[in-house]
Design a protein. Structure first.
Lengths: 295, 145
């Protein structure tokens, strides 16, 4: 049996760890609340964007746009969004598993893959696997500013329009609700798949206001679609970064809460062990005095 | 004589960061891609691309006029419901006076500083800064000198 001093040292260490995990939980809970507010605030924007895209692509006149067409390039781009810090459950492991699937699939079909990554954990994993990264995003913390998203999105759109990439997929943890988050791949380019995703994720897709009335379009449908497609790509990338950060913090809150509970439980168990050991020592000393033996 | 349409319509301004305006307004001036465009009640259904510029919402029920600096986007008008989608919007509404003045002073320094002369990007920044100063005047942050 461990000595009382050893038990006390261990309990102190466990309590210290508990304090650290509790602080991490609190910090992530605050960040989560901030991002959640942002996420709920933007929901209506994405719904309306989806409705506009739906109205334009279901118009009588078919729209042909470079970002809509398959450009037959044999190189795909993957934007992987992980986290900079660990201790957030299987957040990064799920992203890494999905990237592995994409890399294996590309190898099997003889395609090239350009990987762009955000998040130290994912970057470290890919480097360990010997996968060359095309670019990493270090100039922002978790969620990029509108200007930074614009630069990232414009770069991908230019590459797609020039035929240097045939697809752009974002691998991230999607935040469906506080009860559901899942690592998934969102196909951003060509935008046809993105429109499909946006229109099916929109919470209100068939309201009364979506009746097929005649619209005056200013400028022409093609020009509107050009701007709309760019806005969709930018907004989607922005949403991906936000949802990834949101999911990361929620997963960390859950993981750290469990860790804090376990630490409390373990400290309680160590307290019981300590009391038992202390009592055993007292009893032993008493017995020694009573029996008159010296050990 | 042509009578202007009277009455109000609903006006909603949406950005990825949230809903910035939801009100009943009497008139709206949009910075459309081809110039400013006025919207009154019973406007024809329209989908319009916006350029960078100041959006003015006038005769709002129960409050003062509102002004926003919009950096492109879309406006959808349908059955007296105007939805404006914009990725980046600047407004002085609800902002502390000190913060607003700081933004305006930064904008002014762009307008008169080296950046104005030096680069092409400086020209774009200067245009935006000029709009910001104009927005501050409309929002009564600055007096009309």
């Amino acid at each position: 049996m461990a000595s009382t001093r050893q038990i006390l040292d261990r309990r102190r260490a466990v309590r210290d760890i508990g304090k650290v995990t509790h602080t991490m939980e609190t910090v992530s809970a605050v960040r989560y609340q901030q991002y959640y507010k942002k996420w709920t605030g933007g929901e209506q924007f994405y719904d309306t964007l989806a409705q506009l895209a739906y109205l334009i692509v279901t118009a009588e006149k078919t729209i042909e746009h470079p970002l809509m067409l398959d450009n037959k390039s044999d190189c795909n781009a993957i934007l992987a969004i992980g986290s900079d810090r660990g201790l957030c459950g299987a957040h990064n492991a799920n992203i890494c598993r999905l990237i592995d699937v994409h890399v294996d699939m590309a190898r099997r079909f003889g395609k090239k893959v350009k990987i762009y990554a955000k998040g130290a954990k994912v970057i470290g994993y890919l480097k360990n696997r010997g996968i060359r990264l095309r670019e990493t995003y270090e100039d922002f913390d978790e969620v990029p500013s509108p200007r930074q998203v614009q630069v990232i999105a414009d770069d991908f759109m230019a590459q797609y329009a020039a035929g240097r990439i045939g697809r752009l997929a974002v691998v991230y943890t999607r935040f469906f609700s506080p009860a559901s988050q899942r690592a998934q791949t969102l196909m951003v380019l060509p935008v046809a798949e993105l429109i499909d995703d946006l229109t099916t994720r929109a919470t209100v897709i068939w309201p009364w206001e979506l009746a097929f009335e005649d619209f005056l379009l200013s400028p022409s449908a093609e020009k509107i679609f050009d701007s709309l497609a760019k806005m969709m790509v930018r907004a989607s990338l922005s949403a991906c970064f936000l949802e990834a950060a949101l999911s990361e913090h929620l997963e960390r809150v859950v993981a750290m809460r469990n860790a804090t509970d376990n630490a409390d439980e373990m400290a309680g168990e160590l307290t019981r062990q300590y009391n038992r050991a202390r009592q055993a020592n007292i009893t032993e000393e008493l017995l020694e005095i009573v029996s008159g033996t010296i050990t | 004589m042509v009578r202007l349409s009277t009455g109000t319509f609903r006006c909603v301004l949406l950005t990825p960061a949230g809903k910035l305006l939801d009100c009943k307004a009497g008139a709206l001036v949009l910075p459309a891609h081809d110039g400013f465009r006025g919207v009154l009640r019973n406007h024809a259904p329209m989908l319009c691309k916006l350029a960078g510029g100041i959006m003015q919402v006038k005769d709002i029920v129960g409050r003062d006029d509102a002004f926003f600096l919009v950096d492109g986007g879309f406006a959808r008008i349908s059955e007296n419901f105007v939805t404006i989608l914009a990725h980046e919007v600047t407004t002085f509404e609800g902002m502390e006076r000190e913060q607003a003045e700081k933004i305006v002073s930064e904008a002014r320094s762009v307008l008169v500083g080296d950046a104005y002369i030096r680069t092409q990007t400086g020209t774009a920044d200067a245009a935006r800064a000029a709009q910001l100063v104009k927005l501050a005047r409309l929002s009564s942050i600055l007096s009309n000198e």
